[in-house]
Write a protein that binds this ligand. Structure first.
Ligand SMILES: Cc1ncc(COP(=O)(O)O)c(C=O)c1O
Length: 381
């Protein structure tokens, strides 16, 4: 057992470390100030990491339990099998798949392989910032180009910013934190005009929630036949396996090869491997998760509309909305009530990002919202 002071010290130092991880919200501060929760639920409510709050499907859970007994073995023998299974799932050759410890490792491998001093990454602002952090760690320049007024990637401005040193363009679609889409035709126009030496990483972490529309299409389901395009996917979102850490890239073997050199040896684990086989088989489980999310999302919008709020149209399992108050203050108000919502994402200084939780968690969210110490007519326009 830790003593209280030791625990406080750990939390304090973790709190400092968390400032270096801009995309991870205030998890470390929870233990320090366990606030009396107005919602009556004992645990902190986690609406800040865009996880699947329902967890893995029953079939996947069963595999996770049975896989635990193989924990003494490195999962090396199954690395190839899993690679082939994912390849078959996407109807591509196995040498077009690269596994990662979460798609975060894919992003890190891309930054290490394609960036460095004197080279540049271009990404949108705001977007998921992990890759920018790794780019800076390898002393790359990082250029953030604001999203358009409709929260799509501004492909014109991104293109205008490209120089011969631009080695990587990151496109998150649907985009985190805005939950918005960038039209496929815009992305294709961007890719077609990039220099031959510029790679494009399309992060499709939230693919399943986007549904099918004229605007959105996955670069895996509709490949461009362009070797510069790498697509990242994850088991962390719709499959509900964020805690097991498994993601992958799909791309040309000659592009994946330099990335692979930076991968952690034995970067996948035995339980995640077993769970992934089951998750890919369980298409009914995925469909159920997508439908549940669509219902929860609709419910969120109903609550928002009843309060005259206008969230950004969401194509994901989270919602971003303008509160017309400093985001940090709103986040803090929720934290005091033991509800963790997404951090402040500059330059959207008055917006909050809320991951869709279980129905009772969302009730707690709205109950807390209604008790915010601001005049109601200042919370919307
Ligand atoms: C857009 C995006 N990409 C990648 C990740 C990383 O996910 P993981 O490393 O769990 O696959 C996240 C996590 O929130 C994300 O939002």
């Amino acid at each position: 057992m830790m003593t209280a002071s030791r625990r406080e010290f750990l939390c304090f130092s973790a709190g400092i470390a968390s400032t270096a991880l801009p995309w991870s919200a205030n998890v470390f501060t929870v233990e320090r100030s366990p606030a009396p929760a107005a919602h009556g639920l004992n645990q902190p409510i986690l609406l800040y990491s865009n996880e699947n709050p329902y967890g893995p499907s029953a079939k996947v859970m069963e595999e996770i339990r049975s896989a635990a007994s193989a924990s003494n073995r490195y999962p090396r023998l199954r690395y190839r099998d899993l690679t082939e299974r994912i390849a078959a799932f996407h109807k591509v050759a196995a040498d077009r798949i690269l596994l990662g410890c979460g798609s975060t490792e894919i992003l890190r491998m891309a930054a290490c392989a394609f960036l460095g001093r004197g080279q540049q990454l271009i990404h949108a602002s705001p977007t998921f910032e992990a890759i920018a952090r790794y780019a800076r760690a390898v002393e790359s320049e990082v250029l953030a180009v604001p999203l358009t007024a409709s929260f799509a990637h501004d492909v014109e401005r991104m293109l205008a910013a490209v120089t011969p040193s631009t080695k990587l363009v990151y496109i998150c679609n649907p985009n985190n934190p805005t939950a918005s889409l960038t039209p496929k035709k815009d992305m294709e126009a961007l890719i077609n005009k990039l220099p031959p030496t510029t790679m494009v990483l399309v992060d499709e972490a939230y693919h399943h929630y986007a549904g099918f529309s004229a605007t959105y299409a996955s670069f895996l389901d509709h490949p461009l036949q362009d070797d510069r395009v790498i697509v990242a996917r994850t088991f962390s979102k719709v499959y509900g396996l964020a805690g097991l850490r498994l993601g992958y890239a799909v791309g040309a073997p000659k592009i994946l090869e330099p990335m692979k050199r930076f991968g952690t040896a034995d970067n996948i684990n035995a339980i995640a491997t077993q769970a992934a086989f089951a998750a890919l088989e369980d298409s009914a489980g995925v469909a159920a998760a997508v439908e549940r999310n669509a219902n929860d999302r609709q419910e969120f919008f109903n609550h928002a509309m009843a309060r005259a709020l206008k969230p950004i149209d969401s194509h994901t399992n989270f919602v971003m909305m303008d509160t017309y108050h400093p985001a940090d203050e709103i986040v803090e108000q929720f934290r005091k009530n033991n509800i963790l919502i997404g951090r402040h994402f500059p330059p959207m200084d008055t917006y909050i990002r809320v991951s869709l939780g279980l129905p009772e968690e969302m009730q707690a969210f709205w109950k807390t919202w209604d008790l915010l110490p601001y005049p109601k007519n200042t919370m919307h326009h």
